[in-house]
Write a protein that binds this ligand. Sequence first.
Ligand code: TPP
Ligand code: MG
Length: 327
Amino acid sequence: MTDSIELRPTKEQMLHFYQQMLEIRRTEEQAAKAYTLKKILGFCHLYIGQEAVAVGAIGALNDDDDIVTAYRDHGQIMARGVSANAMMAELFGKSTGVCHGVGGSMHLVSKEHNFLGGYGIVGAHVPLGVGAAFASKYLNNGKVSLTFLGDGAAQQGAFYEAIAMAQLWKLPSVIIIENNKYAMGTSIERHSYLTDLSTRAEGVGMKRWQFKAYDVQEVYANVKKAVDHARSGKGPVLLEAVTYRYRGHSMSDPAKYRAEGELEGHKEELDGIRLAEIALVEQHGVSEDTLLEMQQAAKKVAKDAYKFAEESPIPDPSHLYDYTYAE
Ligand SMILES: Cc1ncc(C[n+]2csc(CCOP(=O)(O)OP(=O)(O)O)c2C)c(N)n1
Ligand SMILES: [Mg+2]
């Protein structure tokens, strides 16, 4: 896929992608620390290991394209440009959070960034992503809608109904199944007869393919191709991005169901941050010193976000209903 020159990220894009992946990982590590100290309450699903998917996919969009996702959304909203401070403060339930502290980890939204959420009901957000694509076709505004869902969510009825309609009406929609190998504690082999979940599209006649999503360059190239297809009016695309989740399903899952050595083997060979470092040095001549500086900068962004969130005020209860209904 990356053989095609116009689909290969430039050096500047790669530096930006690397910085984003580092900031997401370091920020989530700080979030994990805050969770164990009970500074973050409720559910908290970390994206660590999957950063290349959000960064490469969102990097292939225009800024005004719409994004809809599930509850594993911290990395995705940061890849869209929401600051680590605003993301972290939302996890802490503080008024400086991206949803003023009333959304929380699973419900990150930023209208300004065309990031439409952040949903906790598995599979139920896919019709919303397709609905955004319907709106764009109706308004003829040239926008594409990108929807992320998990491998487990690809078993839900709402997903099938949504892809059938997207294809029937040739909507400008790209739907990415992030196959991170597990739906809670159930491996893909145990929950699906077919393990290439992009084949779900064949039943409705939709364009589809599966790709390995460990390297951000591959993600960018594959998603760009799908987005160009959808934007040109040829119809929607269903992609399966093969990735891997490093942590438990949520902070309360010790992830004892993995085979011994599976996680370590993956990290050694296929870590997205490591693959980006290799590409930056070998393909783009970036020095080890530059990488080190970027790593230090990302650590600072994450630590500052923790401090910012901790020191921010809790929301004033009088604002509780301010964001519930549209004016
Ligand atoms: C309709 C519904 N059923 C069950 C749940 C409980 N649940 C939360 S996450 C999850 C697993 C989903 O796995 P997957 O789609 O692979 O996403 P991942 O967590 O791997 O990102 C389940 C069953 C839910 N939130 N909503
Ligand atoms: Mg999964």
